[in-house]
Structure formats: structure tokens, C-alpha cells
Design a protein around this ligand. Structure first.
Ligand code: ASP
Ligand code: MG
Length: 410
């Protein structure tokens, strides 16, 4: 017997048949003796439609009214799911964010949760009532409805799990877990049984974005055990079901490398022939930071005749702005030219086991060299080594690394 939170995304509640299927899954957990809180998203496509209506009326609409509109998607699904549960004999009631209340700050459209009043929920769960909670929404400081940003119901679920001290937060989605890499590139990618919070944050770029990043950060801070699993799988759960996202202490056999992530949304920028003097990096990255351009990897080349090059990566969408900002600051920075390349991919090998193992980077560079793939930029952290390569080598590089670290399924 445990207290659990179950979260169902938009595709899992896309129509009445799926809502019935979700209800019977919940009934299964209730019959196993668990106390259950459920967090749901809007039906697939609903939030997009609501956002589009606001935009159509006014591109610069009032963010408070936007929240009033887009929060309604979840109001529909909590009511429908509560009805479906009652229909199959499960005691349930719906909760909107304001009724709990889930308090947030006043940043309409991207609000952050401040507190959740869990006592009433717990009391009713103990009495056998399923709490069906609207994800994505809360109540701002001025008592107006707020929303948490797209994909926010994952974060709602984790926050509710922390508030009711749930043993686990099960996130039901359209994939059956987290894989060692994108199975579309490597068919022999393996489903992971456990992944550490920090690894999950790094692996978020692998294939579909399974969890909202903020939900993983919150789970890490609040020590909520999250399980990602498919809402379409048949049959009862086994220990193999889904992937658990947990504290790294819970992972007994740490692999040195847990997974291979890649991101195609990168661009490379080289600022050529700048003076190699103190303050030059500060001036380049200072102007970029002032204009909210996020810089990721950085290398500075050796200098010749007092001049050097600096290469860095940014999000591809920021490329035009980066160019403009640098050109504007050209007189003060002083450089010969800017070279840009949008056709690059960042590939990362990720694993908490790296903290206590040497040679991870060496294996990576060897594997890429064997395939004659040139490395353009390198960066490392305690649990990650990343390289930038030409976009055309993405698949080849991911496959080579997946094999090199012994991740291929037998
Ligand atoms: N319905 C909201 C959205 O589409 C929240 C969520 O699904 O997580 O962004
Ligand atoms: Mg989602």
C-alpha cells in the first residue's frame, strides 16, 4: 500500500475511449490498495487551439486573460475523468489549481509554483477518494488563474507528489521509458531501468522531449521518484516497466556512460583575428549576454602575432541576432570577420559514473576518429563530454559512440 501520483498527458486523454482506459488503469491502482492522486493535461491539441484563439484576437493579448483561456483545457479533462471514474465505481473528485490551492508567482504564462496545500488532498485520499487534479494551472498573488508554461503539467505532477509525500510519481506518456539514445537512430538502443536526475536533465535532448525540464529539476530538489511509462502498454506492471528517474545513490551499478544525447539546434560562430589581450573574451560574451544570447561551448585558438580566434556555439535560432549584436559592437571589440555555420550537431556522452572513471573522453575521440569524423569544438562537465561535429555525421557519430561504450542491446 502506497500513496502515488499518476500523471496522464494529452495523448493519454485524447478522447473518451482513452479517458475510460485511463480510468480503468487508475481503478487498478486503487484496487491494489494505493491512495491515488491523478494529474492530467488537456486533451491532445486543445491547448494549441486555445493559444491560437488568443493569438488570432490579439498578438499582444493580456497575459492574465491568456491564462484564463488556456487553463480551461485541463478543467475539461479533470471533470471528464472524475465522471469516468465514478462510472466504474471509483470514488473521485476533480480539483482545479485554485481549489487546492496551488499558489504561484504572478508570471502569467510561465508562472512558478510557490506552495501547494496538501492536507485536504491527503485527508480525502486516506478516506479512499481519488483526487483528480488539473495540471498546468495555479493561482497567482492577485487570485487570478495562472499557467506554468507549455508542458507544465509534468511539473504540476511532481509538485503534487512532493506536497502529498507520494512514494512515486508515475508519468504516463506515449513512450515506454528513457532510452540509451534515440531508437530512431540506433534500433539497438536499450530502455534504461533507472536514470539519475542529473543524467535525465542532460538526456532531455534524446529524441522526443519526454519530461518538461523544470519537472526534472523539481524532482531532483524535492527528491521525488519519477517513473516514466507508457499509457498504452497492456497488462500489469513488472519491475521492468518504464524508467525510474531517481537520485544517483539509488543506482547501484553505475554505468560509466548511461546514454548518448544529441542536439541539432546548434550553430557555430567564429570571431576571427581579435587582439589576444585581457578583457577580449569579456567584451564578446558581455555584449551577447546583455542581449540574452545563450552561449554553450567555447574555444579560443592559439594566437599568432598577437591575434587569435574565438569559436563558440549558440542556439541556431539566435544566429541572426548574434551576428547583428557582434557587428554592432565591432568597433569596440575589433575583429576581422565573423564566420558562422548552422550545419552542426552537438553530441554528448552522459553518465554519473564518469565522476570516478578516467578515459571517457579518450574513448569518444578514438571512436569518432575511427569513422573519420572531425571534432570542431569540445566541452566537458563532471558527467558529460560534448563534441560539435558537422550535421551530416550525426547518425554515424551517435551509432559509433553507442557501440563504443557497449550500450547496444545484445
Ligand atoms: N496542456 C498544457 C500544454 O499543452 C500542459 C501540458 O500538457 O503539460 O502545454
Ligand atoms: Mg508533455
Amino acid at each position: 500500500m502506497a500513496r502515488i501520483v499518476m500523471k496522464f498527458g494529452g495523448t493519454s486523454v485524447a478522447d473518451l475511449d482513452r479517458i475510460r482506459a485511463v480510468a480503468s488503469r487508475i481503478k487498478g491502482e486503487v484496487e491494489r490498495g494505493h491512495q491515488v492522486a491523478v494529474v492530467v493535461s488537456a486533451m491532445a491539441g486543445t491547448t494549441n487551439q486555445l493559444v491560437a484563439w488568443c493569438q488570432a484576437l490579439s498578438p499582444l493579448h493580456d497575459a492574465r486573460e491568456y491564462d484564463t483561456v488556456v487553463a480551461t483545457g485541463e478543467q475539461i479533462t479533470v471533470g471528464l475523468l472524475a465522471i469516468a471514474l465514478q462510472e466504474i465505481g471509483v470514488e473521485a473528485r476533480s480539483w482545479q489549481g485554485w481549489q487546492i490551492p496551488i499558489r504561484t508567482d504572478g508570471a502569467h504564462g510561465t508562472a512558478r509554483m510557490l506552495s501547494i496545500e496538501g492536507r485536504d488532498l491527503i485527508r480525502r485520499m486516506q478516506a479512499g477518494q481519488v483526487a483528480v487534479i488539473a495540471g498546468f494551472q495555479g493561482l497567482g498573488p492577485d487570485n487570478r488563474v495562472t499557467t506554468l508554461g507549455r508542458g507544465g503539467s509534468d511539473t504540476s505532477a511532481v509538485a503534487v507528489a512532493a506536497a502529498v509525500e507520494a512514494e512515486r510519481c508515475d508519468i504516463y506518456t506515449d513512450v515506454d521509458g528513457i532510452y540509451t539514445t534515440d531508437p530512431r537512430i540506433v534500433p539497438r538502443a536499450r530502455k534504461l531501468r533507472k536514470v539519475a536526475y542529473e543524467e535525465m536533465l542532460e538526456l532531455a535532448s534524446v529524441g522526443a522531449k519526454v519530461l518538461q525540464t523544470r519537472s526534472v529539476e523539481l524532482a531532483m530538489n524535492e527528491r521525488v521518484r519519477v517513473r516514466v511509462l507508457s499509457s498504452f502498454a497492456e497488462g500489469p506492471d513488472t519491475p521492468e516497466t518504464g524508467t525510474l528517474v531517481v537520485d544517483e545513490d539509488e543506482i547501484v551499478e553505475k554505468e560509466v556512460v548511461t546514454g548518448i544525447a544529441y542536439s541539432r539546434d546548434e550553430a557555430k560562430v567564429t570571431v576571427r583575428k581579435i587582439a589576444d589581450r585581457p578583457g577580449i573574451a569579456a567584451s564578446i560574451f558581455g555584449v551577447l549576454a546583455a542581449r540574452n544570447v545563450n552561449v554553450d561551448m567555447i574555444v579560443q585558438n592559439v594566437s599568432a602575432e598577437g591575434l587569435t580566434d574565438i569559436t563558440f556555439t549558440i542556439g541556431r535560432a539566435d544566429l541572426p541576432r548574434t551576428r547583428a549584436v557582434l557587428e554592432e559592437a565591432r568597433p569596440q571589440i575589433g575583429f576581422a570577420e565573423i564566420l558562422t555555420d548552422p550545419n552542426v550537431t552537438k553530441i554528448s556522452v552522459v553518465g554519473v559514473g564518469m565522476r570516478s572513471h578516467a578515459g571517457v573522453a579518450g574513448t569518444m575521440f578514438r571512436a569518432l576518429a575511427d569513422k573519420a569524423i572531425n571534432i570542431e569544438v569540445i566541452s566537458t562537465s563532471e558527467i558529460k563530454v560534448s563534441v560539435l561535429v558537422a550535421a551530416e555525421y550525426t547518425e554515424l557519430a551517435v551509432r559509433a559512440l553507442h557501440s563504443a561504450y557497449g550500450l547496444d542491446a545484445a
